[in-house]
Design a protein around this ligand. Structure first.
Ligand SMILES: Cc1cc2nc3c(=O)[nH]c(=O)nc-3n(C[C@H](O)[C@H](O)[C@H](O)COP(=O)(O)O)c2cc1C
Length: 214
């Protein structure tokens, strides 16, 4: 929808429009407030990635996040972290690397390939909410355990119930479990138990059966 109206990744075929947008945002935002931008490598191919990044920097952005895939590559692995290094080399603003960082080892390899110290986590931190902490200390033990995660699941459920219609609540909860099960065996067990459940009362009962500290 966004792309059909010339927004989002469709802009990656129009660096001059990117420049105009970032410049307009920079003018509109108070000087003490940083402006950051995020881009993919391109729409169908990555041939204009540096040009787009340059347009963002020239427009006055203070920082750029690069999701190292084109729109056409969607969310399929791999992410082309080495292309972020090319972009970094062309710019004089800080660049943040993003895409396909699921583990400590991915973070290490991404930093090496991109030359970026700063990383942005997408699905990886949904899958392992302790991943950022683990990366910070360089050890998985710096992350969070399933026991520490349970109160967050309970809090998430509370928010889901407050904001979504009843018929969508269980599905949203299972959506997170579906990510978490890639990392936590306990989430896999829960997912198998709940995958056909649509009644919020049963999610509630499952949570009550866990020691969430509630
Ligand atoms: C739950 C979730 C919400 C996201 N929201 C946004 C968003 O608002 N804006 C955006 O540019 N990207 C958003 N993304 C995309 C991520 O920032 C990231 O670019 C993408 O997921 C690729 O990184 P990954 O391979 O680590 O998932 C979101 C991703 C996830 C998983």
């Amino acid at each position: 929808m966004v792309n059909r109206h010339g927004g989002g990744a469709a802009l990656l075929d129009e660096p001059e429009t990117i420049f105009a947008i970032v410049s307009a945002v920079r003018r509109a935002v108070p000087v003490h407030m940083p402006v950051s931008a995020k881009m993919r490598l391109g729409f169908n191919d990555d041939s204009r990635a540096e040009e787009c990044a340059q347009a963002i920097a020239d427009g006055g952005a203070d920082e750029l996040v690069v999701h190292a895939r084109t729109k056409a590559q969607a969310y399929r692995p791999p992410a082309y972290w080495e292309r972020i290094a090319d972009i970094r080399a062309a710019l004089n603003i800080p660049v943040v690397a993003n895409g396909e960082i699921w583990t400590l080892d991915d973070a290490r390899r991404c930093r090496q390939a991109s030359g970026c110290e700063m990383l942005m986590l997408g699905r990886g931190i949904v899958t392992d909410p302790g991943l950022g902490l683990a990366i910070k200390v360089g050890d998985l033990s710096g992350g969070i355990t399933w026991a520490e995660l349970l109160p967050l699941l309970a809090e998430f459920w509370r928010i889901v119930c407050a904001r979504l219609e009843r018929r969508s609540q269980a599905g949203r909860f299972k959506q997170w479990l579906n990510f978490l099960r890639r990392r936590f065996p306990e989430a896999e067990v829960a997912y198998q138990q709940l995958k056909t459940v649509n009644d919020p009362a049963l999610i509630e009962a499952w949570l009550a059966g866990q020691s969430t500290g509630r």
